[in-house]
Design a protein. Sequence first.
Length: 244
Amino acid sequence: MEWRDTGILLATRPHGENSAILDVLTPSHGLHSGVMRGAASRKLAPMLQPGAQLDLTWKARLEEHLGSYTAELERSRSAKVMNSRLALAGQNTVCALLLFALAEREKHLPLYERTEQLLDLLGHDDVWPLAYLKWELALLEELGFGLDLSQCAVTGAREGLEFISPKTGRAVTRAGAGEWADKLLVLPEIMLGRGEGSDAEVAAGLRLTGHFLTQNLAHGIRAKPLPDARGRFVKAFEKRLTRP
């Protein structure tokens, strides 16, 4: 059994004295793991950094086996995060959330493509947080927990959406909310494709997506907290809000 694909390296785990297990997200084979011999060597270790884009060949006797990888570096993203704490925290949370959320070997081509585009934006700290927020929305959608922001869940109105149900993820107008408004989450305009995309708006959006990731993914499927990396990224981003 053998295939060749491109892939984003999400993590490496030591395996034996000089090898490692690579966890890679690929367009055609989903989240896929395999052993890479000599991964700890001086030649290979520098290229096997999280976020690296790899040209991969995977081999195994049977499809269900762990198998082994050989890899060539297509492009490194290390330089993009070297001088930016925000970029490093962002890269780490993308890799951690994918490992947390995705089932092994399930194909997620649209999410893969969005992830590659997002990681290629690393280092552009002015636009990256908004791109990341949209990526979290895409992740929820891919997992079957997409937010319905198309119309009011109560009245059917498409304008004047101000809230979102914390249980269903459906948008609601003020008129539709009525006396229940204080029990709903505020829906930032940036989530509707409006607004200036300010840091404050993006931070509000991240609080919203964080609620649904926690409710539907962490509590609903995984039964464990979201990766700490996401919290570190949000804190790093919110520090920008306090700068003069």
